[in-house]
Design a protein around this ligand. Sequence first.
Ligand code: HEM
Length: 488
Amino acid sequence: MSNLISLIGLILTSTLLYIVYRVVYNLYFHPLASFPGPLFRRASRIPWSLAVLRGTAVFDAANLHEKYGPVVRLAPNELAFQDPNAWRDIMGGGTSEIPKWIGMYGVPAFLPPHIQNTISKTYHRALRKALSPGFSDASLRAQEPMIAKYIDLMMQRLNLKSQQGPVNMELWYRYVVFDIICDLAVGESFQCLESDGLHPWIVAMVEGAKPMGFLTALNMYPTMATIINPLLGLVAQGNIRLHNEMVKPMVEKRLQVGDRPDLINPLIKLYRGQDANMDELIANATTIIGAGAETSASILTAVTSLLIDNPDKLSQLTAEVRSAFSSQDQITADAVSRLPYLVACIDEALRLFPQTGSPSLRITDRKTTIVGVPVPENTVVGIWPWALYRAPALWADPNEFHPERFLADSKYVNDAREAFKPFFTGSRDCIGQNLALIEMRLVLAHVVFRFDIKRTSDPNSKDWVHKQKNLFIVWDKGPLPVQLTPVV
Ligand code: HEM
């Protein structure tokens, strides 16, 4: 018994000594010891993880930049940069790009890697090369009639729904973008607009993504990651099976069709003749649909919420759209991209609600220099878009909705517009950015062309923007009920 007590005592004392050693090392001897940041953040990664659990990591990073300046030590081995030039130095593109950090992108380790999370440059290059033609201007132009078909259906359904009372635009935006992206990706729609409901696969995907921030935070501790990742693999088997059972039939059905101009076609060609390709095909299809739909739908919800909070700006947008078009069929991708106020409204929503408010964390593989600051090897580095886009030193009235800042208005002439990279930059930037912009501009133009939009008396509609909680890689958002009145 006394031996057991001595052993436990020894283990506890060694653990305590190790913790003290790590804290002292991190504070005084670590290569990043001279960088500013709060004591607890410099001593341990735990406060970083707690911020993720509380859903405040993104906002905390902004507050810490405000207190400590444009370069902050957020965790013992991690620096955050709030400087427009950091995009170039961290994601610059080509060989100068700092690689993605497995601590962030290695989750979930039990699923095959996909275009967004792979840290292999070779695998990424092959996927990106195969997928790029599907996102080219010519390809998007060819898809425009299909996009228009879903937006028309949305307008018809909203026309009907608006006569029955308030409409939750947060849902309707998701319906339309999921229907479009699923059709683009695998050649069939989720039929959300028709059924006025989210396909169970979407619900499973969104719910499944929520714990990812938590898992990612755990994965950032190397010892924990080696134990936890295999365990998670076992625990998640059931969910993976469920997910695959839902997506597999769609992918299999698609495989029967053969050659057709959708986004998954190049992947089918890439994997043709390889055995273990179904899981990778599913992982990539899921990523394209997930990355493409939730992001665009959220920005549409954000811009609608911001516009009804700012009636003068909504009037200006409405006037621009209604004077540019006399019928719905004139609202084309080319035409909406020539409406400066519409384009600026969406840009301003992207600035205020960057869809990955969280950073793309990278890790230096050699000594380097970022915004003129020497950074040692093995340092995790990132730009926190929420913090960068709301920095008082870089933007006038940073927390307010002013599309005018993108229209050369003299009040905003000193804004750091070069800091604004809603789709990031370099070889890992958003492959779907042109599609996203076209789709969001078209949907918003149609909505303001066809309807007068007002707040409902529902208190939920008032503070959509404040209801958001960042779960590190996904946002948790509330509904946006509005009153729509058809005008044409
Ligand atoms: C408002 C809409 C959108 C926003 C704000 C957005 C933003 C982003 C950002 C910031 C990244 C980089 C993420 C990272 O480094 O981890 C990214 C990557 C990606 N996005 Fe988007 N995105 C949007 C729409 C779309 C659409 C419509 C699609 C496709 C249908 C798409 C597909 C992807 C893919 C596949 C990647 C990974 C690219 C790679 O690593 O090569 N996104 N997106």
